[in-house]
Design a protein around this ligand. Structure first.
Ligand SMILES: [Fe+2]
Length: 354
């Protein structure tokens, strides 16, 4: 059995309380009254298990579409707020998530910031994201990166609304007081490179001949198309034994370093075949999941049950056990802060049974 605290609570006395009040006026506080809350035997997060149905998000977004344009809003996004972290624009303690809508003919104007952002396309196709002079066309299931301080804008020339998940490291950048942002002052940045240029240079198992060094920490491939991802999973399933905790799970990688595709956020894709139930798993990186195919159920902790289908979104807090059950062949995208935890030697996982 785990202890709730590494020490017994300190008894309060009138003399001690008077002392605490006196030193408080000098901006000091006793550690011994808060130590048990600060240094816990296990993660004790205010982040809670949570889930959102895409149908609910979609209805609210279309209503927002009638209230404000993408241009006026700069980004027409509904923030997914963790119920344990309301009012903080956080989906986990370290990650921000929102769903963005760009209607046909709209633009989300060019800007840049130190926060890293990812897009995971939920519904629609044919819209574009431009990053540092290159445009990429967005399709359902594509994972797209806008690296720190790169100009980016979005536009939708298709005849359908497009919805995507935005994932940002905003809470981490805020924690470190390292936020910088600027507007380009125009809707769309000038396009200086052809479609698919980054993918051709860096995403075909080759590098430019004089490429040196370890890159910027973010993958130069800024669109990982779902068509390629899905095809790879399908080919792997013929050969691979299923991992009992993950099914068939891959991480998106930076082709320069082999590390995660982004410096602060890890992204994953996993295939769970129909009828597969995973063994219980937990890790210190709270994770946002988005099924993009299939239907199933996830049990988080002791009793939080999510019955999910395509495009729903759910959150597993740090160190909470999760078990997934796939009722159909299912593909799940997920994102967490694992690169930060790995860099700081904090990441832990537990593949145990409960
Ligand atoms: Fe942005």
């Amino acid at each position: 059995m785990q202890a709730d605290s590494i020490r017994a609570p300190v008894v309060d006395t009138p003399e001690r309380r008077a002392f605490y009040e006196k030193i408080s006026r000098e901006n000091m506080a006793p550690l011994w009254t808060s130590l048990a809350e600060l240094v816990t035997p296990e993660p004790r997060s205010p982040c809670r298990p949570a889930s959102w149905k895409f149908a609910t998000i979609r209805d609210a977004m279309l209503e927002a579409g009638g209230l404000i344009t993408a241009k006026e809003a700069e980004r027409r996004v509904l923030v997914l707020e963790n119920p344990g972290l309301r009012g903080q624009s956080k989906v986990t303690t370290s990650l921000y998530a929102g769903v963005q809508l760009v209607l046909p003919g709209e633009v989300a104007p060019a800007h840049r910031h130190t926060q890293s952002a990812l897009r995971f396309v939920l519904e629609g196709g044919g819209a574009h994201t431009s990053v540092n002079g290159e445009r990429t066309i967005m399709h359902e299931g594509d994972f797209i990166i806008t690296p720190p301080m790169t100009w980016h804008d979005h536009g939708n020339e298709s005849d359908q609304p497009i919805f995507w998940l935005d994932g940002l490291d905003m809470p981490v950048v805020s924690l470190l007081d390292a936020s910088f942002a600027e507007s380009l002052g125009q809707d769309e940045q000038p396009i200086t490179r052809p479609l698919g240029d980054s993918d051709a240079r860096y995403g075909a198992n080759m590098l430019p001949v004089d490429h040196k060094g370890g890159g910027s920490g973010t993958s130069p491939v800024f669109n990982y198309p779902y068509s390629q991802t899905r095809d790879a999973l399908e080919r792997m399933r013929r050969a691979d034994a299923w991992d009992r905790c993950h099914g068939l799970k891959m991480r998106y990688s930076n082709p320069i370093t082999g590390n995660h595709a982004m410096a602060t956020m890890a992204t994953f894709i996993q295939l769970l075949p129909k009828g597969f139930s995973t063994a219980a798993y937990r890790s210190t990186d709270a994770t946002v999941f988005v099924p993009i195919e299939g239907r199933g159920r996830s049990i988080i902790g002791d009793d939080f049950v999510v019955d999910w289908e395509k495009r729903d979104i759910f959150v597993i807090p740090s160190w909470k056990h999760v078990r997934h059950e796939a009722h159909e062949d299912s593909v799940l995208f997920s994102v967490s802060d694992r690169p930060i935890q790995e860099a700081l030697y904090l990441f832990r996982e537990d593949r145990g049974n409960v």
